[in-house]
Design a protein around this ligand. Structure first.
Ligand code: SF4
Length: 248
């Protein structure tokens, strides 16, 4: 199996006014000072990380692609978006384990602040990873999706195990990411899946009915959902098509 690459020195910036806005910080000098202190500590010890490796698509079916001869990724949507692609990159990005030490002694509100800080670090890791793949492999436009993203039926979350298997236990251990038996990634602000070149706009958020998601990157596209989920069980999705909503 090809070795995964590890990105350890990922830059990130914790902007306190942006954090304050994201966590709806009360207009209170003590809260502001506490957030500034927490952000400064996280900036000091935080080490977001990412791992990735190239895979070649070696076989296709309407409901799956096979990568490197023996890794079968079962998703109709993935098979459809990869219909013209020959390669993909398995990836995992994480906020890193280091900042979790800061949770000690925090009250419930401050723990929420820390979660937002970890999310900023995860975003930095995913953006740095995508930029690295684009630069290394001359890809102008990169898209991606992961098991569990989008509506139920888009890509079963149990397939996370295949992503971790493809990346290798040595690489995931080096990044400090663990996948539990219940398919929970630890640290909790981690993401895994596949990236691929795609010359059109696509994100799993277009195939997701979940309302009020703070991380949504594109509106739900009801026409795309209908097309992508034909033959799949989308009944467990987060909602039905609003009568008044137009497709994105
Ligand atoms: S809208 Fe939110 S839950 Fe749905 S795929 Fe996008 S990030 Fe995930």
């Amino acid at each position: 199996m090809p070795a995964s690459s590890l990105l350890l020195d990922i830059p990130f910036t914790l902007d306190v006014p942006s954090l304050a806005k994201a966590v709806h910080l009360p207009d209170d000098p003590a809260d502001k000072a506490a957030l500034e202190t927490l952000a400064a500590q996280a900036q000091e010890i935080g080490r977001p990380k990412a791992i990735y490796r190239l895979g070649r698509i070696t076989a296709r079916r309407p409901d799956a692609v096979v990568v490197d001869g023996d890794i079968e990724l079962r998703s109709k949507v993935l098979a459809s978006v990869l219909s013209d692609e020959e390669r993909l990159w398995f990836y995992c990005a994480t906020c890193g384990t280091e900042v979790q030490a800061l949770a000690e002694g925090l009250d419930i509100f401050q723990q929420y602040w820390l979660e937002e800080i970890k999310m900023v670090m995860l975003r930095a890791a995913t953006e740095h990873l995508a930029a690295t793949i684009r630069q290394e492999h001359g890809v102008s436009r990169l898209s991606g999706m992961g098991p569990g993203s989008g509506d139920v039926g888009v890509w079963d979350i149990a397939e996370l195990a295949k992503i971790f298997q493809a990346l290798g236990s040595e690489a995931t251990a080096a990044a400090g990411v663990v996948l539990t038996e219940s398919m929970l990634m630890l640290p909790n602000k981690s993401a895994a899946g596949v990236h691929f070149p795609l010359n059109r706009k696509f994100t799993a958020c277009q195939l997701c009915h979940r309302p009020n998601c703070p991380n949504r990157r594109a509106p739900c596209d009801y026409n795309l959902c209908d097309a992508a989920m034909t033959g799949c069980d989308a009944s467990g999705g987060q909602g039905s098509k609003p009568a008044s909503s137009a497709p994105a």
